[in-house]
Design a protein around this ligand. Sequence first.
Ligand code: PDD
Length: 285
Amino acid sequence: MDPIAYVNGSFVPLAEAKVSILDRGFLFADGIYEVSAVLDGKLVDNASHLARLERSVGEISLALPETLSRIVEIQRELIARNQLVSGLVYIEVTRGADVGRDFAFPKGVKPTLVMFTSVKDIINAPSASTGIGVITVPDIRWARRDIKSVALLAQVLAKQAAAEAGAGEAWMIEDGKVTEGGSSSAFILTQDDVLITRQNSSAILPGCTRKAVVALAEERQLRVEERPFTVEEALAAKEAFITSASSFVQAVVAIDGKSVANGRPGPMAARLREIYIEFARATAQ
Ligand code: PDD
């Protein structure tokens, strides 16, 4: 079956889904994206992703070309047309295509909206049982990482370096502290059982999975402290893990080739993964 994508009002075969070379997403990375997980053919924690989409476009004075309820309809139609059971729905909104390449916002140009799906068995990913290694890289991104901008070159380079090192993610470091993963939020569990994850600010993307995991942990009386942590703390921790829409909760078993604890996924990451999956299944729509 040919995958179907959505481009500016039309559902088209993915191979025919195109935007102009003058699109400002292409020329300036002048756009915002979102990724929602799909489980059992339903959207996971989607309201949280759409709230972040709305906030991100607002922060760059970009108006969504469709209402959020229409966007949900399109997400659902893409899931149905692609018979997607488990995977991801990608949304990108850009400031559209002008007649040339002026930096300032064009007038009277309709934003571009593209969406597509991808198949991913998030629940049974092999790394869910083995855990992943991460490498550390300097965080060379811009100062508004709270905006889910499509300007991802720093993350592309970081994740390529991770892939070349045989690692599953790159943790980005600023001022001696971990900011977050290339496409995930970072957590550790201290020796006295406190979950640590960096507080939201312009230094990181406010992860939707992070938010849900923190709430689920607190509901279960687990201690959570939101503050930056160092790589040394992570290496001395009981456990480390990442969260994202595309991995849910994923144990980190090594950092720059050094084992975290015994180098195997720990019970807290496994438990939070189970709790998150249960929440995802129960609330998916
Ligand atoms: N990435 N931090 C960064 C820099 C991210 O790109 C992401 C998500 C996260 C986790 O956010 P959430 O839990 O809302 O997925 C944190 C997506 C999955 C991506 O780029 O594919």
